[in-house]
Design a protein around this ligand. Structure first.
Ligand SMILES: Cc1cc2nc3c(=O)[nH]c(=O)nc-3n(C[C@H](O)[C@H](O)[C@H](O)COP(=O)(O)OP(=O)(O)OC[C@H]3O[C@@H](n4cnc5c(N)ncnc54)[C@H](O)[C@@H]3O)c2cc1C
Ligand code: FES
Length: 507
């Protein structure tokens, strides 16, 4: 599996037929709620709101569930690596309990939807494990097992797992799930439309006027008037509360390949060691073969060599699952909040009818389903026990975790200044298929040389806040290390928070 990993796209997106593209928003519209973004968070919110009797329009820049949600590992678990011990320390026992309850309730709710709508999404019940192999880290998983149990979860400390290597210790949480996220979400989207909800694809939202009602303007020229607006664009594209200062992007790689039925691992696994390794399998065919899905090697976008990281991840899969036939490799990124808990609730301190869901920290499937429920309760005026825990306006706890906030900002400052001092190679040194920030005529240019040798130049200044982008050769994209914006080799935005393309330059 190790030689020359080629990034060839997500298994989920390739195995759930998307159907014909939905139309873009062509004329002005008036609805109760406009939802921006059709990932797991936006679609879950839209579906819950439609079920609660609201008229809903979903505005999606690309296609349904083809953002981060289309590239996940798709574990639906309340076990989020080592979160409960951290929450017990920072939010107290009650905060940890509310987190556990909100995430458990989301997974049970999703299971109920699967049964109610009869969705065939390869739902499998599995135990979830966070393991360590280093004996000096066993205390961490013991503490996590204690904290998770105290938070009300079926958690225990174990030393035996279904992995093909020994572990020093693990936390096991029983009765969690894994599924095919695209099959689930495409069925949810179809049911939303059957309930009268509207979904527009290829519709980039670029303006939000908060008023009574709110007005959302789009790149097609048409706009939506709505009493309430949910911003579920992963990184919030409207950010009056400057949430970006409390969020940091983390890119992660995935390799997947076929293993025989006898090689299943009877569980879902993750370790914080080795820069994260996460493993699950998915059903493949009637012969019982499984798709082994290995995730890890996280990094800040726009830093370091992604090809080497892919090779390391594939080598790990080879070492522990010899004979695995690699079929897929892909990558995606999530956003870590500086104080551990996702931000779901009012968009800013003065917001009355605008809401946000972001900062899922690598666990936005249960988190996105939870966010859909929580935002629906807020729009419809119902009480929800965990509103306060997830409230994006919670500056008090953010300040308590000030060291990680300061670290995030120091990193941004380091990139903003330091990357400008980086030596820039001459353009002639660029081989085909490579890109780099080069110096030309006293200016810096982000230059990509395609396989035919043609040069494409854009400005290296990220259109979000001006940090310099760097080239990710494995995925052929420009990436910004400050807040994770990504751009194609032609400068077009692939992923925000930037909303404008990199400026074209002549070379
Ligand atoms: C490698 C990896 C593995 C993961 N595995 C798991 C896992 O096993 N379990 C788990 O719970 N979580 C997992 N996660 C996290 C989870 O996948 C994410 O947290 C979740 O998918 C985020 O969903 P979202 O709806 O917020 O974002 P997205 O799915 O990205 O949806 C946002 C949507 O908004 C659209 N959009 C953006 N800007 C605009 C605009 N201006 N106008 C209109 N639309 C716009 C985008 O096109 C996109 O479709 C993983 C993350 C990574 C990186
Ligand atoms: S993403 Fe913020 S400066 Fe680039």
């Amino acid at each position: 599996m190790t030689q020359n990993v080629q990034v060839n796209g997500s298994y989920w997106l390739q195995t759930a037929p998307g159907g014909a593209p939905r139309p873009a928003l062509a004329e002005d519209l008036d609805v109760d709620v406009a939802v921006i973004g059709a990932g797991v968070a936006g679609l879950s919110a839209a579906w819950e709101l439609a079920r609660a009797g609201r008229s809903v329009a979903v505005l999606e820049a690309g296609r349904v569930a083809a953002g981060v949600t289309g590239y996940t590992s798709a574990k639906l678990t309340v076990q989020h690596t080592l979160v409960y011990d951290r929450l017990r320390r920072t939010r107290g026992a009650e905060g940890a309990r509310l987190y556990a309850r909100s995430q458990s309730e989301a997974i049970e709710h999703a299971a109920g939807i699967v049964a109610e709508l009869g969705i065939d999404c390869e739902w499998e019940t599995r135990d979830a494990y966070t393991y360590v192999r280093a004996p000096d880290r066993v205390d961490e998983v013991r503490a996590e097992a204690d904290a998770a149990r105290e938070a009300g979860l079926p958690a225990s400390f174990v030393t035996e797992t279904g992995l093909p290597f020994p572990v020093a210790g693990a936390v096991r949480v029983t009765g969690q799930a894994q599924f095919h996220p695209l099959k689930y979400l495409r069925a949810l989207a179809a049911d939303l439309e059957a309930r009268g909800g509207l979904i527009f694809e290829d519709t980039v939202v670029h303006g939000l006027d908060e008023g009574t009602p709110c007005r959302v303007s789009t790149g097609t020229g048409a706009s939506v008037t709505a009493r309430d607006v949910v911003v579920a664009t992963h990184y919030p594209v409207f950010d009056r509360a400057l949430l970006f200062a409390r969020l940091s992007p983390r890119r992660e790689l995935v390799v997947a390949g076929t293993v025989g039925a006898d090689r299943d691992i009877d569980g879902m696994y993750i370790t914080p060691e080795q820069n994260t390794r996460s493993v699950r399998t998915a059903p493949l065919d009637e012969a019982g073969r499984r798709l082994l899905i290995v995730t890890g090697e996280h990094f800040t976008p726009g830093t370091g060599d992604t090809r080497e990281r892919f090779e390391r991840l594939a080598a790990w899969a080879d070492e522990y699952f010899p004979g695995v036939e690699r079929t897929h490799a892909w990558a995606t990124q999530d956003i870590d909040p500086t104080d551990t808990v996702p931000m779901v609730g009012p968009l800013h301190p003065g917001a009355h009818h605008t809401y946000v869901a972001t900062g899922f920290g690598g666990w936005g499937l249960s988190g996105g389903i939870m966010a859909g429920r929580l935002l629906t309760a807020q729009v419809t005026g119902e009480e929800c026990a965990w509103s306060g825990l997830y409230d994006p306006r919670r500056l008090r706890t953010a300040v308590r975790e000030a060291p990680s906030l300061l670290k995030t900002q120091a990193e941004v400052a380091r990139h903003f200044v330091g990357d400008r001092l980086r030596p820039a190679p001459p353009v002639d040194s660029l081989p085909p298929g490579e890109g780099a920030v080069v110096r030309a005529g006293g200016d810096r240019l982000a230059v990509y040389r395609n396989e035919e040798g043609t040069l494409h130049a854009v400005s290296p200044r990220c259109t979000h806040l001006g940090c310099l982008v760097d080239f990710n050769a494995a995925e052929r994209a420009w990436e910004c290390p400050c807040h994770g914006s990504r751009f194609g080799t032609d400068g077009k935005v692939i992923e925000g928070p930037a909303t404008k393309p990199l400026e074209q330059r002549d070379i």
